[in-house]
Design a protein around this ligand. Structure first.
Ligand SMILES: [Zn+2]
Length: 372
């Protein structure tokens, strides 16, 4: 008997969850639409949306456009249903994003704030985040949580930043960061966060590898809404694949890692946008750097593709700026590819700005969705 009750409860929760996700995804829907699209009976959908309205998650917003018969009530996510924040911590900046439950970005800001170990830094970050949220018209009570992205290995079991070479951090407990913020905090690696932003809002990409080409090189394997973590939470750390035996020194202490050849710093010490402007203008020095860069990148991309046989998304600062030059990589990968296929599996990321902060906030939204 109890088992039957439990099963009923699970089915109800699953249906409620699907209905709420559908309303979030479409922005506006009616009970008959939802019933038709999700193949649930109209009384079931009506009961669920009534419950969602009572819980303050959904509200009626006028009527849908008539398609002939009686106009159906339009349902949308309530403006008070809650919002999520994302915070991306890097060596010299923080990026902050505020998103609503539909995933729409309400506000984004990136500011210069060099990382420094210790309480003062986190107090300052928290102050900046509070200002940012206040400017976004958000009261504390409406924030469901913040997703915090770090450039390092995140041990989600031990709940520590296991290692961030860039920040000079080792075994930093999540709790020693979250205690500064008056919100529930969720932590993830920056490449994972970028991959999550890329994957969770896309319907077509079930599985792909996200190669993050910023001041360091990272990566992540996204698979049907999940990020593969690996035994030591190091899945996707493509920056430390060897591309040249005993090659250039990498910051990790080894030689010949991809990071030493394909970080954004290999192209410019300044803004990546400016480098691509020079490349666009045909400056020989920029062209030579790009030629060299893409040669090594092609080795890595081909190797990753050989192992995983899935799409490869180029992200990070470089991936965000190189859309018009992606052909250069595709051609070089095609030359290396044993199997005569085109290289359209290589593409640039769709979120060009603040992908890691966005991914971190979308993770908060997903965790909220799961328990609706
Ligand atoms: Zn390395």
């Amino acid at each position: 008997m109890d088992k039957k009750k439990n099963t009923n409860r699970e089915v109800k929760k699953k249906n409620r969850n699907e209905v709420f996700r559908y309303i979030c995804k479409t922005g506006m829907a009616s009970n008959p639409d939802i019933s038709y699209e999700l193949k649930l009976s109209l009384p079931t959908v009506t009961q669920i949306t009534k419950e969602l309205i009572e819980r303050g998650l959904v509200e009626e917003k006028g009527e849908m456009e008539s398609t002939g018969g009686r106009r159906a009530k339009a349902l949308a996510v309530s403006e008070n249903a809650g919002k999520a924040a994302g915070l991306d911590i890097t060596k010299n900046h923080i990026s902050m994003v505020l998103t609503e439950l539909t995933g729409r970005i309400l506000k984004y800001q990136r500011i210069v704030l060099p990382y420094a170990p210790g309480d003062d830094y986190y107090k300052e970050v928290c102050g900046k985040l509070e200002d940012f949220l206040k400017e976004g018209g958000c009261g504390r009570e409406s924030i469901l949580g913040i997703g915090i992205s770090f450039p390092g290995i995140m041990d989600l079991e031990q709940e520590v930043v296991a290692d961030s070479h860039v920040l000079g951090v080792r075994s930093l407990p999540f709790s020693s960061v979250s205690r500064f913020f008056p919100y529930p905090c969720h932590f993830l690696n920056d490449a994972n966060a970028g991959a999550y932003a890329e994957g969770i809002q896309s319907e077509s990409m079930e599985r792909f590898f996200y190669l993050s080409l910023s001041n360091t090189v990272g990566g992540a394997v996204y698979s049907s809404g999940k990020l593969e973590q690996g035994r030591n939470f190091r899945c996707g750390e493509a920056g430390h694949m060897t591309v040249v035996p005993d090659g250039k020194a990498c910051y990790c202490g080894k030689y010949g890692c991809l990071d030493a050849y394909c970080s954004a710093k290999c192209l410019t010490d300044g803004r990546v946008e400016d480098f691509f402007e020079r490349l666009r203008n045909g400056e020989p020095e920029a062209a030579a750097l790009w030629e060299n860069y893409t040669s090594y990148l092609a080795i890595a991309v081909n190797n990753i593709h050989m192992v995983l046989d899935c799409d490869i998304v180029l992200g990070g600062y470089v991936g965000s700026c190189m859309e018009e030059f992606v052909r250069d990589i595709r051609d070089k990968v095609s030359e290396r590819n044993t199997f005569a296929e085109d290289s359209s599996f290589i593409r640039t990321c769709s979120h060009k700005i603040g992908a890691a902060a966005l991914g971190a906030s979308l993770k908060v939204i997903e965790l909220f969705m799961e328990q609706v």
